[in-house]
Structure formats: structure tokens, C-alpha cells
Design a protein around this ligand. Structure first.
Ligand SMILES: [Zn+2]
Ligand SMILES: [Zn+2]
Length: 118
């Protein structure tokens, strides 16, 4: 999960995990995912139009792009992440910022390329 940088829901993780551990329960998967995100090994992402949480094994602060056509979620490089913004919020409001999430919505390159080729 960490290598392919997918953004899987608990159900998808469950489906994958069952191929190796046929007896694993969905509850166990949920518990492990929650535990791992508590320990900072996974990021939880919630996007518009979806009530399920997705898990991201790439834990450096980064932004996401979500294609409104195919639903794919792409990572944007961490150098686009405004670390200064966290500091500004802390300085201006006195809140301690641990992380922030921004998600861009639009049509991904794959979808717009396939539209052009038809
Ligand atoms: Zn797309
Ligand atoms: Zn990500």
C-alpha cells in the first residue's frame, strides 16, 4: 500500500487483504487502518461526494487532485504544499496546526486525453 501510493477505502483494503489472509474480518481491517492512522503511518482523506474515508500511505504533507469523471485521486508533489500556511495560521490564530488538506477537483489527464483521442 505504501509503494503504489493508492488511496484505498477500507473495503478495497479488505478485498486485497483477503487474498493473502482469507479469514481476516472487515472489523479487523477497520481497526488496523484506524490504528495505523493514529500512529501517523496512514493519512485519512475524505473527499466530496463520497462518505467513505480513503487511506494514503504517503504520509508527507501533500495535496490531492480528484478527477470528477473517473474518481481517481492523484498525489500532488509535496513541494506544492504550503508549509508556511501552517505557521501563518499558528501565528495569526494561536492554533497549533498539525496538518491541513486541500483537494483540487477536475478532469484528470487520463480522462481528458481519452476524450481527445475519440
Ligand atoms: Zn479521470
Ligand atoms: Zn496522497
Amino acid at each position: 500500500m505504501r509503494e503504489n501510493r493508492a488511496h484505498l477505502s477500507a473495503d478495497e483494503v479488505y478485498t486485497m487483504a483477503r487474498q493473502e489472509l482469507p479469514n481476516i474480518s472487515l472489523a479487523t481491517v477497520y481497526r488496523n487502518l484506524r490504528e495505523m492512522s493514529k500512529q501517523g503511518l496512514l493519512l485519512e482523506i475524505r473527499t466530496e461526494g463520497e462518505d467513505k474515508v480513503r487511506y494514503d500511505g504517503f504520509t508527507k504533507p501533500h495535496y490531492h487532485f480528484k478527477c470528477v469523471k473517473c474518481g481517481a485521486i492523484y498525489d500532488l508533489d509535496p513541494d506544492l504544499y504550503e508549509a508556511e500556511m501552517d505557521k501563518t495560521v499558528s501565528a495569526r490564530y494561536g492554533h497549533t496546526v498539525k496538518t491541513h488538506q486541500v483537494i483540487f477537483y477536475g478532469i484528470c489527464k487520463k480522462c481528458s486525453d481519452s476524450e481527445k483521442s475519440h
